[in-house]
Design a protein. Structure first.
Length: 518
């Protein structure tokens, strides 16, 4: 499947010049498309593949927007790497001069492609109804996802439903101000409705789980209505809509929890039954999170080979298979998270985090720091280090269960069934009444800066989501949703959104700077 994607996208990129993802420059697709494109079904399919490839190229930015500002990063890298300003994210010292992410994370580039696809589909008469409906469903769904990211990150945003034509147009130069967040949410919901209508009741993963599907739209709908219910005064009506959408995910063929947590992310187990939508990686084609995971979260190989660092079992890292890891730590995990996030017996602990030790003068192991271990890559033949070619799950079935638990918690309903399915998988043979909801409480959570006990259902779901989705780009949005940024981040209440960078503000005089950064 990935070879097909790659070859199709190469041909697509040859015909349609794309701009870089870190710019808002949008190339003049219509110069070619009006005269030479949109003539065959293969061209529509190539454009659909191109949208998904372009969408995937933003995955590193999605991760940073969704996780980096929460209280889990912020310590000094144990290998001595320079953080290169990345500490501004967990310490929440973003500013117009140092915004963390610029140009709206490149999202308007993909929005432009979705707009173009939607427009051309409306004008064509040679595609079958099923072909048109699939492309409509995907384009509306991806556009809704992107606007939802913009809403949660910048609040008010430029609402752009046209596509570029003629000479190259910089979207920042169209002199269009932001629409209010409420209007953005209205558009998101309209796009979700359009996606659902296009897919009808077809839950099949027609082109694979690395392509958008009705299941992905239902997951997004659950997430969107939880947000509008909690953050935009939609209340119980929106929570019920979210609950209904998430329950519908069970209509997807064959979805469910994978038996062993670590197998969800295995390179040899891609697109397994737990995956609903993912960004896939492949050799010579795309690396996990567009290189972010390796270059921000993993230690340098030279440190693991230097004979100084040990595992928790007293084994030199250079004598383990983990000596194949090679990266840079720019976003260093907080050292105490290794002992404060997971409880003994939770399989997610050792399959999400790796601990590093040195030996003191008396030979005793001395704890140094943890590093990310959820995605472990693969050793390709002839290589001296692992290639980070694991797929990145955007939506998976455990997420469905725990968002459903959120909806039920906000509706005052019992969350035991959903949350305990996830815990039972996590603890396996170690699962007991003590760790089952609502009994996971006690001294472990006293003074714990990361998670709380089961006394509050909302805290229980937040805790489970933190443990389950570490390094999956969800924690910041989770604590934002539930109004828990004071407890679980260093962000000022007036600066929960992201500033707009100076260049974008200068280029578009109609823009208003994000509240809190004026």
């Amino acid at each position: 499947m990935m070879n097909k994607i790659y070859s199709l996208f190469l041909g697509f990129a040859f015909m349609l010049s794309f701009s870089a993802c870190d710019s808002l420059d949008l190339e003049p697709e219509s110069i070619i498309t009006d005269d030479k494109y949109w003539k065959t079904a293969d061209q529509f399919e190539a454009f659909n593949v191109g949208i998904h490839s372009y969408f995937r190229s933003l995955s590193g930015n999605f991760f940073l927007l969704g996780e980096s500002r929460a209280y889990l990063y912020g310590d000094t890298p144990f290998g001595g790497e320079a953080t290169q300003g990345m500490e501004r994210l967990p310490y929440n010292t973003l500013s117009v001069d140092n915004p963390g992410i610029s140009n709206y994370a490149g999202m308007y580039n993909v929005i432009n492609q979705c707009n173009l696809m939607i427009s051309k589909l409306a004008d064509t008469d040679f595609l079958s109804d099923s072909q048109k409906n699939y492309y409509f469903g995907a384009a509306y769904g991806i556009r809704a996802y992107l606007y939802f990211q913009l809403l949660r990150s910048w609040g008010d945003a430029i609402l752009y439903l046209d596509y570029t034509s003629g000479a190259t147009i910089d979207l920042a130069n169209i002199n269009k101000k932001q629409s209010p967040a409420a209007d953005i949410m209205t558009q998101i919901k309209a796009d979700i409705d359009a996606s659902e209508k296009a897919f009808a009741d077809d839950y099949k993963f027609t082109k694979g789980k690395n392509f958008w599907s009705l299941g992905a739209t239902k997951m997004l709908k659950g997430e969107v209505y939880l947000w509008s219910g909690k953050q935009m005064n939609g209340g119980a009506t929106d929570y019920q809509t979210a609950k209904t959408a998430l329950e519908a995910v069970n209509n997807c063929p064959g979805v469910g929890l994978v038996d062993n947590f670590q197998d969800v992310f295995s390179y040899t187990n891609k697109e397994n039954k737990e995956i609903i939508f993912c960004f896939t990686s492949a050799e010579n084609e795309f690396s996990l999170l567009n290189g972010i995971y390796r270059s921000y979260l993993q230690p340098q190989q030279s440190y693991l080979l230097n004979g100084k660092y040990y595992t928790e079992n007293g084994q030199l890292f250079r004598d383990t298979k983990d000596n194949e890891i090679n990266g840079l730590i720019r976003l260093a995990l907080r050292k105490d998270i290794y002992f404060k996030l997971f409880r003994d017996g939770d399989s997610r602990w050792k399959h999400s985090l790796r601990s590093v030790y040195t030996k003191g003068e008396n030979g005793q192991l001395e704890y140094v720091a943890p590093f990310a271990y959820k995605f472990q890559g693969v050793m390709l033949p002839g290589s001296s280090e692992r290639s980070m070619l694991d797929d990145f799950p955007v939506y998976r079935y455990a997420d469905c269960l725990l968002m459903l638990a959120e909806a039920k918690a906000l509706l005052g309903e019992d969350i035991s069934a959903e949350i305990n399915k996830v815990r039972q998988r996590a603890y396996g043979a170690n699962y007991s009444n003590e760790v089952a909801y609502p009994n996971d409480k006690g001294s472990f959570y006293e003074g714990n800066k990361f998670v709380a006990g089961d006394e509050d259902p909302v805290e229980a779901v937040l805790k489970e989501r933190f443990r389950e989705f570490l390094f999956e780009g969800k924690r910041w949005y989770d604590i934002r949703l539930m109004g828990k940024t004071t407890e679980y981040s260093l962000a000022e209440p007036s600066k929960l959104l992201w500033p707009i960078d100076k260049n974008t503000m200068t280029n578009n005089s109609a823009l208003n700077q994000t509240a809190g950064y004026k």
